[in-house]
Design a protein around this ligand. Structure first.
Ligand SMILES: Nc1ncnc2c1ncn2[C@@H]1O[C@H](COP(=O)(O)OP(=O)(O)O)[C@@H](O)[C@H]1O
Ligand SMILES: [Mg+2]
Length: 455
């Protein structure tokens, strides 16, 4: 059967091929050439009628696709109207009015669960202010970064500093040089102040998902963050204000109280959307994103109510519609129905859980596998079973203390649950179970060779 896997050159017609192998075999089953012909015929058929790539491309060509403009469904798309956020737009604008009046705005902290429109509103207000200010008479510089995408505070500052014009390559003026590594955090900050002062920049730093920064800052980091929030005391020309956007409402507990008090000179909370609000946001986007009549009203209602259950998350609603549309297109259905939305929701959930699992460390993954293999397992037994898995895959074991700590951390992620069981005079023990299906764990981890023998 080796012949069956031999590639077929596109320029090689079948007759040429026959001539090259002009030999005959009486038994067709033993005839490698016959076998080759049959398989090649199948392959040829599949490229014209069944090939999934061709089929989807054909659909698009024949106008059978549902999605008209995929950009409208991207998370960074700025819609023409921002619905149900007038008050928040007003408050952000009000906080930034000093910038428009050529003075220094206060630092602002914006809070709210994911998908409540924080990033969108802040971007829109800053864009509009910037468009109105006469660039010749007043230099406004807005630099934005997302702390989630950076691995440390140094990188956060480099990202912002470069947007102010600091260079990655050495410059004649040493202080305008901002290398990607090697300086102390406080020196990076000094160079940022230098460029602001030198060019008289009225600067706004927007640090989105600033809650991730709490994890990135050490002792010196805390001091620098404090200095950033009070930079104006040092600047004679130009200014620096900070807008922090946080998805984590408990973020304040994690930062130095000194930083918090200067960072949140003004605060604004974004509530979750109601179901009807999400529905209207979707209705605004549907005609731009999809072909006419391709979303049933039932599907839209379901989508809005599912996203509302998830703390009124507009991003989730848009993502649900996007995934549902792709599901419908794959099935060659002409419109998005409730069923597609339900399937999309399951798919997103599985993706989310498997991404969470993928982000775990090796030993955290081993603990999840341990619990998958022995449901309802006690803390002590987890440790024994984990040690034997480590032996199989030839890894050093962590201490029992660390493992217990790790189990608590994994429990916080929601992928496992631990239930305290009272055992009378024997004290208490915790019993662990997976909250996701064993298949999800296996499918997520099977691509990593290290786990092959223990899954
Ligand atoms: N009021 C709104 N009107 C229109 N689209 C919105 C609105 N609020 C949020 N969105 C959309 O929902 C998604 C998430 O919004 P975003 O501002 O990124 O949320 P957050 O920053 O709070 O997590 C984006 O695609 C955004 O365009
Ligand atoms: Mg955001």
């Amino acid at each position: 059967m080796m012949v069956c896997v031999s590639p077929i050159r596109p320029d090689q017609s079948r007759s040429e091929y026959v001539n090259q192998n002009d030999q005959c075999c009486k038994n067709p089953l033993l005839d490698p050439f016959k076998c080759k012909i049959t398989i090649r015929n199948d392959l040829k058929m599949s490229t014209t009628t069944l090939d999934p790539v061709e089929r989807l491309l054909d659909n698009v060509e024949q106008g059978n696709s549902i999605i008209k403009n995929p950009n409208v469904l991207r998370h960074d798309y700025i819609p023409e109207r921002i619905l149900h956020r007038d008050k928040q737009q007003e408050l952000v604008t009000q906080s930034l009015i000093p910038l428009y009046k050529k003075s220094i705005p206060p630092n602002l902290l914006v809070y709210g669960k994911p998908g409540t429109g924080k990033t969108l509103v802040v971007r829109k207000v800053l864009n509009q202010i910037q468009n109105r200010v006469d660039k010749n008479s007043y230099q406004i510089k807005i630099a934005t970064t997302n702390a989630k995408d950076q691995s440390n505070l140094y990188n956060v500052l480099v990202d912002l500093g470069r947007q102010l014009g600091l260079k990655s390559k050495k410059t004649p003026d040493d202080k305008l040089w901002l290398p990607s590594t090697g300086l102390s955090i406080s020196e990076v900050f000094n160079r940022i102040l230098y460029v602001i002062e030198k060019n008289k920049l009225n600067t706004v730093f927007v640090i989105d998902e600033i809650d991730h920064l709490a994890k990135l800052v050490d002792k010196t980091g805390k001091d620098v963050l404090y200095s950033i929030t009070r930079a104006n005391l040092k600047l004679k020309n130009g200014s620096l204000s900070l807008i922090g956007i946080s998805n984590d409402v408990r973020f304040k507990d994690k930062l130095d109280p000194r930083v918090i008090s200067t960072l949140s000179e003004e605060e604004l909370v974004f509530p979750g959307y109601e179901t009807n609000e999400i529905k209207e946001i979707l209705e605004d986007r549907v005609p731009l994103a999809f072909e006419e009549n391709s979303v049933s009203s039932g599907a839209l209602n379901l989508c809005a109510s599912m996203a509302c259950r998830e703390h009124g998350d507009a991003r989730r609603a848009i993502k649900l519609l996007d995934v549902a549309a792709k599901t419908a297109e794959l099935k060659q259905d002409s419109s998005i129905t409730d069923e597609h939305i339900r399937l999309a929701s399951q798919r997103i959930e599985v993706d989310k859980e498997s991404q969470q699992l993928n982000a775990f460390s090796l030993h955290e993954k081993l603990l999840v596998i341990t619990i998958m293999k022995s449901p309802n397992i006690s803390t002590g037994d987890v440790y024994a079973a984990y040690k034997s898995l480590c032996k199989v895959i030839q890894q050093n074991t962590l201490t029992q203390r660390r493992v217990t700590q790790m189990l608590n951390e994994i429990e916080l992620s929601g992928l496992i649950t631990g239930k305290m069981i009272h055992q009378g005079i024997h004290g208490n023990t915790k019993k662990f179970n997976l909250t996701v299906s064993p298949d999800l764990v296996k499918n997520t981890l099977k691509s990593n060779e290290i786990f092959v023998d223990i899954l």
